[in-house]
Design a protein around this ligand. Structure first.
Ligand code: SAM
Length: 247
């Protein structure tokens, strides 16, 4: 994934982009992120990027000119770009958008809003508006990092073990199954016996059952959207029959 980020707080990105999987993906050339300060594209000595709203009302609005200039600058090399505005009014971000973005050939431009938002005319430059959830953040920086993080995990070679991506929540349309590590017993809490049985078929079935159970409990909407196999249907009826019992 190649991307440019437009923000008035570039330092927010420094720490997150220099840790863990994201840091390694950048070192391997799988992720290329350039962060640009929108104030560098303002035209006055005060580096102004905002102004009061026409029509009155609370707060300030991002002026159009610095953002238009920043995008003109980024497009100077003639390379194809996909311009994404982070916004609570955008398409809800999910794993399938992350998958599409991980295969995107174009270089992304992520615009991080602040204040009351951005002058509406900036949207003539935008290919897609993305929201990371039904709540309002102070700025688009966290949202841009969420998108960059979720997409990077899906780039082949970014994770140490590619099976991590295959097993994660949403990859099969379900939430993830529970995970355990050593010790086998801790303060009277035991690891489920099946996981230490060495029976890989049984382990796989147990994990599928737990994933189906968890998803049914907290995200029944995901189950409703899934194509269930015959085995899944069988597991779901077992879960229903045993409801109220321990897993
Ligand atoms: N007045 C705007 C509204 O009600 O839709 C909210 C502006 S918000 C305080 C400032 C900026 O934070 C937005 O321009 C956007 O870039 C970012 N932002 C806030 N919530 C977001 C969300 N849920 N997803 C993505 N970006 C968000």
């Amino acid at each position: 994934m190649k991307c440019d980020v437009l923000t008035i707080f570039p330092e927010i990105f420094t720490s997150y982009l220099n840790e863990s999987i994201i840091k390694r993906a950048r070192a391997k050339g799988l992720l290329d992120v350039a962060v640009h300060n929108i104030r560098d594209f303002s035209s006055d000595a005060h580096r102004t990027v905002d102004d009061s709203p026409f029509g009155g009302g609370a707060g300030m609005v991002f002026k159009p000119e610095p953002i238009f200039r920043a995008i003109d600058f980024l497009k100077e090399d003639g390379g194809p770009r996909k311009v994404v505005l982070l916004s609570p009014q955008g398409r809800p971000f999910d794993q399938s958008i992350a998958e599409d973005y991980s295969k995107e050939e174009k270089r992304f431009v992520f615009i991080c809003g602040r204040y009351e938002g951005i002058d509406e005319r900036v949207k003539t430059l935008v290919d897609e508006e993305i929201s990371i959830g039904d709540y309002v953040l102070t700025g688009g920086e966290l949202a841009a990092l969420v998108v960059i993080d979720a997409v990077t995990r899906l780039i082949p070679g970014a994770l140490g073990d590619e099976r991590s991506v295959e097993d994660e929540s949403f990859s099969w349309g379900l939430l993830d199954y529970p995970h355990y590590t050593r010790p086998r017993e801790f303060r009277g809490l035991h690891v489920p016996r099946v996981l230490v049985s060495g029976d890989h078929r049984e382990i796989e079935r147990w994990r599928r059952k737990q994933a189906l159970r968890k998803t049914m409990e907290v995200r029944p909407d995901l189950i409703a959207r899934m194509k269930l196999s015959g085995e899944d249907m069988k597991i779901l009826s077992e879960i229903e029959a045993s409801s109220g019992e321990d897993p």
